[in-house]
Design a binder for this molecule. Structure first.
Ligand code: AVJ
Length: 319
């Protein structure tokens, strides 16, 4: 068996069909919205990697600090022989885990981007030649066709990406995680934490404007994939803290009355000056809320670890 195998669980045209559906549904409703997954074409992924290095954007550094401090404890508590990572991206976060899991036999990175998976899988095999890598090209919200892998299994969903899901989507997702795991398997979940508004808003509206470019990139994606004629200069990047829902929202606010043609879905979309398109929700969490959401999905929170400044948390929960 080749040490690196790839399973394509997404039909080739899945992405374009899904984008078309999201654009029709999201841009013909009020208020307008698009799912954040469309940020991540090659340019969007590069912009996000740059965001993780920004002084204002603390989550990546905070999570890395916890992973470094707790990887051995995670290994001892789980004895994981398989590590499944959702939204693996460049898998750099994973190295702290893989290096600390002495029993590890198999790594299953799951991502919608085959190129990211191939690059990450080959790089990891170079570092850990004894590892077996099953890469899965899949959208974790549409189900994960897990191959037969040795247990106990540890499923990692890091970076705070669960915050992109709305509460109802989170309960569906966590229940699906429960159903995917067997008794004795574990979930390692990264969550950004509720904190002061100024710190949160700055993390999503940095002084250099990298997040603004990341936010506007969704317009470039719709222009390229669906032949639309959005002018990103017509929109202002907005980041706001919704204290009631305890989430950050990113929005693109139209600077003037405008109409965008989207021939790929036979649409012309009008924006009134000041009208906003919501492009992302990034929920922030409290320990009690995470414990309750996990319990509602049949998962028991065993460890809650935060960084030294209590900005971010890693939860280890068992099925
Ligand atoms: C990759 C989804 C965790 O929500 O903080 C970063 C994406 N958006 N800056 C986040 C993001 C704006 C990030 N996640």
């Amino acid at each position: 068996m080749s040490p690196l195998s790839i399973t394509r669980a997404l039909p080739a045209d899945a992405t374009t069909a899904a984008l078309r559906a999201d654009v029709v549904q999201g841009l013909t409703r009020t208020p307008k919205q698009l799912p954040p997954k469309w940020f991540y074409d090659a340019r969007g992924s590069e912009l996000f990697e740059e965001i993780t290095t920004l002084p204002e954007y603390y989550p990546t550094r905070a999570e890395r600090e916890i992973l470094r401090a707790r990887a051995a404890r995670i290994a001892a508590a789980t004895g994981a022989r398989t590590l499944i990572e959702l939204g693996s991206g460049s898998s750099d976060k994973t190295r702290h885990l893989i290096g600390a899991l002495p029993e590890l036999h198999t790594y299953v990175p799951v991502d919608v981007s085959e190129s990211a998976l191939t690059a990450a899988g080959e790089a990891l095999l170079a570092e850990y030649p004894g590892l077996t890598v099953h890469a899965l090209v899949a959208d974790f919200q549409r189900g994960i066709p897990l191959p037969a892998v040795p247990g106990p299994r540890l499923l990692a969903f890091l970076g705070g990406t669960i915050g992109n899901l709305l509460p109802r989507e989170r309960s569906v997702f966590l229940r699906a995680v429960h159903d995917l795991l067997s008794p004795g398997d574990a979930l390692l979940l990264g969550t950004d934490l509720v904190k002061d508004e100024a710190t949160l808003v700055a993390a999503y509206d940095d002084a250099r404007g990298v997040t603004a470019a990341f936010d506007k990139n969704v317009l470039h994606v719709v222009n390229r994939e669906l032949g639309a004629d959005f002018d990103p200069a017509d929109f202002a990047h907005i980041a706001l803290w919704d204290a009631g829902n305890e989430w950050i929202e990113m929005r693109l606010r139209a600077r003037r009355d405008l109409t965008a043609k989207i021939p790929g879905v036979d649409l012309a979309v009008t924006f009134a000056a000041g009208e906003e398109l919501r492009t992302e929700v990034s929920a922030k969490f409290r320990e009690s809320g995470v414990r309750a959401e996990l319990a509602a999905a049949g998962l028991t929170l065993a460890h809650w670890w935060t960084d030294g400044k209590d900005r971010f948390a890693l939860s280890l929960a068992f099925r």
